[in-house]
Design a protein around this ligand. Structure first.
Ligand code: HEM
Length: 221
């Protein structure tokens, strides 16, 4: 009996992952650049936050795009994961990880970990329900007070390391899906993607470290 063909082929699902991954990668990069304003002091970043909130179509357009991208990315990943499992119902006795790099083996747990981080992060710095003294207008103090807690900072740092692994492997896969990962460009491409992912991780990790080190301080009252 011929097996039924799935409605969406694996190539289509991988294309969904590539396209939504690109949107999310772009957001993470732009968000990182915006957060750099913490280093210019409270006035700059608070004005930036107020500006974003004063443009509801931009704010809500971005939020809805991100929500749709995250949902499609997660659903496509889940279907591909189920298909991989079904294609290999008996676990390997002895897995050979030589070819699969650490980053590619970790995709299926760094993904959910980032999802949990984002939920916490939204409750923490956007809604404020898990923040000890949240202000809807003082983004600077929200960040400084948040990272003054070493446990919270450590959690952010670990999440950023997971994010780094995920976006590095994800971006390599994206080029493969687009058919642009040719032998000639393999090495320089990987090098560029590694540098960009590392910059994102290092800059994001610098925020909690700068607060803990006293380089970014609370506003004197
Ligand atoms: C240490 C690194 C980060 C810092 C300091 C940071 C800081 C912030 C702050 C202060 C806000 C609230 C902005 C406002 O109310 O004006 C925010 C919102 C947000 N952040 Fe982050 N963030 C970091 C990393 C990330 C990462 C890695 C992601 C995604 C994977 C992310 C996703 C978001 C989202 C989705 C929002 C909500 C934007 C909205 O209002 O719709 N953040 N972040």
């Amino acid at each position: 009996m011929a097996s039924e063909k799935p409605v969406l082929g694996s190539i289509a699902l991988k294309s969904v992952m590539a396209l939504t991954g690109l949107v999310l990668y772009g957001f993470v990069f732009v968000h990182m650049v915006g957060n750099l304003q913490v280093y210019s002091g409270p006035e700059k970043i608070n004005k930036y936050g107020a500006l974003l909130k004063s443009l509801p179509p931009l704010l809500w357009g971005t939020r809805i795009t991100l929500l749709v991208a995250v949902a499609l990315h997660a659903v496509a990943a889940f279907i591909l994961w189920r298909r991989n499992l079904a294609a290999r119902p008996v676990g390997y006795d002895h897995q050979n990880f030589q070819a699969a790099k650490v980053t590619s083996r970790t995709m299926y747990w760094t993904g959910p970990m980032i999802g949990l981080f984002v939920v916490y992060h939204l409750l923490h710095l956007t809604v404020g329900s898990v923040h000890p003294s949240f202000s809807h207008t003082d983004v600077y103090s929200n960040v400084v007070i948040a990272f003054s807690n070493p446990a919270v900072s450590l959690f952010y740092i670990l999440a950023m390391v997971a994010l780094g692994f995920h976006i590095f492997h994800g971006s390599v896969s994206l080029f493969q899906t687009l058919g642009l990962r040719t032998p000639k460009y393999e090495k320089p491409l990987r090098a560029v993607l590694l540098v960009v992912s590392t910059v994102i991780v290092v800059v994001n990790i610098s925020f909690p470290i700068a607060v803990l080190a006293g380089l970014v301080r609370p506003v004197a009252s």
